[in-house]
Design a protein around this ligand. Sequence first.
Ligand code: NOJ
Ligand code: MG
Length: 533
Amino acid sequence: MSNLDTHLWWQKDIVYQIYPRSYKDNDGDGIGDLPGIMEKLDYIKELGVKVIWISPIYPSPMADFGYDVSDYTEIHPMFGTMEDFVRLLEEIHQRDMKLILDFVPNHSSSEHPWFLESRKSKDNPKRDWYIWKDPKPDGSEPNNWLSVFGGSGWEFDEKTGQYYYHAFLKEQPDLNWRNPEVQEAMLNNMRFWLDKGVDGFRVDVMWHMIKDDQFRDNPPNPDYTENMSPYDKHLQAYTTDQPEVHEIVNKMRKVMDDYDERVMIGEIYLPVERLVKYYGENNEGTHLPFNFQLVLLPWKAREIEAAINKYEGVLPANGWPNWVLGNHDNARVASRVGREQAKNAVMLLLTLRGTPTMYYGDEIGMENVFIPHDKVQDPQEKNIPGKGLNRDPERTPMQWNDLENAGFTNGEPWLPLMDNFKEVNVKNQEENPKSMLNFQKRLIRLRNSEPALHVGEYVPVSSAGNLLSYIRKYSDKEFLVVLNLGNSEETMDPDISGYRALVKISNYPEIENREISGKFSIKPNQGLIAELK
Ligand code: NOJ
Ligand code: MG
């Protein structure tokens, strides 16, 4: 790449999410830990991803598996010690890689010392650190706000006769970000990790952080149907995406900007027009508001094409795009799009313009794992059973080899393993040149070595039916991407006069290194990346 290129690491490199409970267990308690991650750093480096994001590793009663933090500046003993953490960070940096931590500012655990104080009395100095309200005259909840995890968002506290608000579990009371003391305490928690050298944060539910100060009722959702989560009965008009949230995001960003080249990624589920507001005016907001469209849209070429173009269109000047293919809250991509489309999905993720986020295990094509009723762990499934909201299926242990428990643990794994781990595992796939793992490694290498693919322009190419096509270009290099998102043969006729292109990579390896030109046919589920001559 030319020295003139000014793109930063978080724009060029691939983010790899680790769900720490399920990556590698080192101490035999059946739960993944930091020493386990340490053992696998060379594997991650070899994969070619350079940025690791680890879901919460802080002390927590684990009501929501770490998203209920009881100490923002310590490590949960289950995951290891602060020394383990410091060593892990050093080892990551030694490999020229980066580490992003999860930061959970919207709510703490109900066991956090702040909340224990807050609930003691109405005049406790920490009372206003959380959101407390009097009951209505009849004793009922202050308003109709619901919890994402089922039931009312208000929990009555006998001792002081008031309700507190929790957007998630009652064990996750929402912090009151309108209170300047809360702001300062939480910004200091960010500084604590930045001072240790952490390269950035993925900020949990950023769009939830401020609620309506008049506590108005949310309106009913006219599109609600019985098969949805009860939370969807309302439009979240007064509980999320409030205008004042941007002031908070700006303050968080200022903290980041006091350090060199750190990144802040916001977890935000909103329609793109509202999502891109989180870049902030003049890019003073979050560096990357997570773009979940590939997770949420039906796997249909025309819909995805329209979404890409719309997103490109609404991005603010200098707003850097990003794409996510999977995470610990959504079905595994191989299960969502089907095994036949799994390679196309990753070709799409890694060739769209913007920072890609991959989810651990997707590199070997892990699928949703069936969780029998008595093994369910996810509080969302426990509270709202039978609506397909269980997140355990995408959180199962990483499949390292064909030995006991797939090499994940010597103990009893906290969630069941996928039945087929004897076939689908890292060791097998490393040995098989045609495996998903080796395909993804080659793809990542191609992306990392070609500026066109990691920082180049995006140019749509018109296509029809199930085909999705575009060009990525940087200086005098251009790559044509063609993906057949359907299972019938299609004809591609790029509107590029007299072009010739060399196929660099395809899920049909027999066409690699072949030349294409003019009109050509694309097999069912076929995808390719070709360099234009
Ligand atoms: C979003 C996280 O990704 C999810 O796992 C968690 O349950 C909620 N936020 C609440 O923190
Ligand atoms: Mg362990």
